[in-house]
Design a protein. Structure first.
Length: 508
């Protein structure tokens, strides 16, 4: 079973002659416990084209020290990583392999670098003897295992915050080290430094080239598509780990990408993007099973919490908890199953092919200000038609369906504006913000429709079990009122979103 921990650390340049300052002069440090020197031997794995390193991930098998085993690290922010650990074994544990699947897929992981370190460890302790941080001076020897047999050696200082420690403490340690002439390392990790210093000359030359900025309409659309594909791949392990909001964010990236294919069909060849759009629709629907349940759970729990105790009759919370658990456990298992399936991996491969050979049409060569506004305003026109149709209907089932269709059009218009923002600037950003406001009102209305269907089911179950259905009926009434309020709000929100000046500014 793999264990996870949040690693917060900083690295500093050092030499064999570097002397540590008196660290008891750091605020909060009462004593420094010298723990001695340990020998660490780690082999780092990656694909031959270094997909993990490209995303700042590290996978290693390490012996020596207190945490021998397999370590997989995901970047969170500068100096912060999530480390997933698994016991020492000859082969990569399946749990860690699953977390790498979206990046590695069927490609073999091979040893790329071996790092042997002599680690001189010091514990910084408070007045109660509790650990504040571990400071180590590492003499590192790196050996390249692929693409040659180059070696490198260096000395560095590493300061890792204790579990649940205050990150501000590292600032205090850094000030003391800087006063002693110690400077932060230019490399984010030992692996990054080892790869850079042992890379063949031709590889170093290739990495010096910078990606040119987007210029044409096609450049901007493909840059947006690349961002969404990157997000899907990066969020895969977060979904597998059950991290908060990960399913929602992955679903959003999937929908944004599909929406871009549909909006910019004059720029990208539909014969290529339409099949991909179908697969993205499938993936979003599968992710939606889990996400929609999350939203519904939160909504119903909030509604119950807002009621006074005298209005909660019967085991209302217990029934909702049981119902939610039954639905969530199945959907979570299903989501992970989808990510392990061949269809999903084939989709990722197809998206890679798309990025390697973009299916650009002649319109892609136009300037962004010529091609992009037309596509965005076409999505706006679709939304305007659907809003107008929905507002003409009487409240009821048919209007609910029409508002739901308008909601989908609002989301597509919003995503179109967001995709165009890097090229068109403030006008597109403002347009996207107004479309988001429309989407929000329509989304809350649709959530109420779905909640009422669930409340009707829960009321029937309560009645069949001999429980009072009063509270469920009361909540149903609250949802009816909430939906009516959103319908009354919609015309004013739409009037702000559909102002001619905003559309004119978008056209430039």
């Amino acid at each position: 079973m793999a264990d996870s921990k949040r690693e917060i650390e900083r690295k500093y340049e050092a030499t064999v002659d570097t002397r540590l300052p008196d660290l008891t002069r750091v605020a909060g440090v009462a004593a420094v416990d010298h723990r001695g020197v340990m020998e660490l031997d780690a082999v780092y794995y990656d694909t031959e084209d270094q997909r993990l390193a490209a995303d700042s991930l590290t996978l290693r098998r390490r012996t020596g020290g207190d945490d021998a085993g397999w370590h997989l690290k995901f970047p969170v922010a500068t100096g912060i990583r999530d480390e997933i650990q698994a016991p020492l074994s000859d082969t990569l544990p399946p749990g860690l392999a699953a977390l790498l699947r979206s990046r590695v897929r069927e490609t073999e992981l091979v040893p790329v670098v071996r790092l042997r370190s002599a680690r001189d460890v010091h514990h910084l302790l408070d007045s109660h003897g509790a650990l504040l941080a571990e400071l180590s001076v590492d003499d590192v020897r790196a050996e390249r295992l692929t693409g040659g047999s180059s070696t490198a050696a260096w000395t560095e200082i590493e300061v890792e915050l204790a579990d649940d420690g205050d990150p501000a403490f590292l600032d205090s340690v850094e000030r003391r080290l800087r006063k002693a002439g110690v400077r932060p390392s230019a490399s984010a990790s030992k692996l990054a430094r080892a790869l850079a210093e042992t890379a063949p000359k031709e590889e170093r030359s290739r990495k010096k080239g910078a990606t040119p900025p987007p210029r044409t309409a096609g450049d901007h659309v493909m840059a947006y598509a690349r961002d969404q594909i990157t997000a899907i791949v990066a969020l895969d392990p977060a979904v597998r780990r059950g991290l908060p909001d990960s399913v929602h964010q992955m679903r959003v990236a999937t929908r944004r990408l599909r929406s871009a294919f549909r909006t910019y069909r004059k720029i990208l060849d539909r014969t290529v993007t339409d099949p991909l759009g179908d697969e993205l629709k499938w993936l979003a629907a599968e992710l939606g099973i889990d996400r929609d349940q999350e939203v519904l759970d939160e909504r119903l729990r909030g509604r119950i919490a807002d009621l006074s105790r005298t209005l909660v009759l019967g085991p209302v919370r217990a029934r909702l908890r049981i119902w939610s658990a039954a639905h969530r456990s199945g959907s979570r298992h299903r989501t992970v199953g989808v990510l392990d399936g061949k269809r999903y991996l084939a989709l990722l491969e197809s998206l890679d092919i798309l990025m390697a050979a973009p299916p650009l049409l002649p319109a892609a060569a136009r300037t962004p200000h010529d091609a992009l506004p037309r596509a965005v305003l076409k999505d706006y026109a679709r939304l305007a038609t659907r809003i107008g149709h929905a507002l003409e209907l009487r409240p009821g089932h048919e209007r609910d369906l029409a508002l739901h269709e308008a909601r989908k059009a609002a989301k597509r218009a919003r995503y179109a504006g967001e995709a165009a923002t890097p090229a068109l600037g403030g006008a597109a950003k403002k347009f996207a913000r107004r479309m988001k406001a429309v989407q929000s009102v329509l989304g809350d209305h649709q959530d109420s429709v779905v909640a009422r269907e669930t409340l009707r089911t829960l009321a029937a179950q309560a009645h069949a079990a001999g429980e009072s259905a009063f509270t469920w009926g009361l909540l149903y009434g609250h949802e009816e009122a909430a939906a009516a309020a959103r319908e009354q709000e919609l015309p004013a929100v739409w009037a702000r979103a559909s102002r001619p000046k905003l559309r004119a500014a978008l056209e430039g």
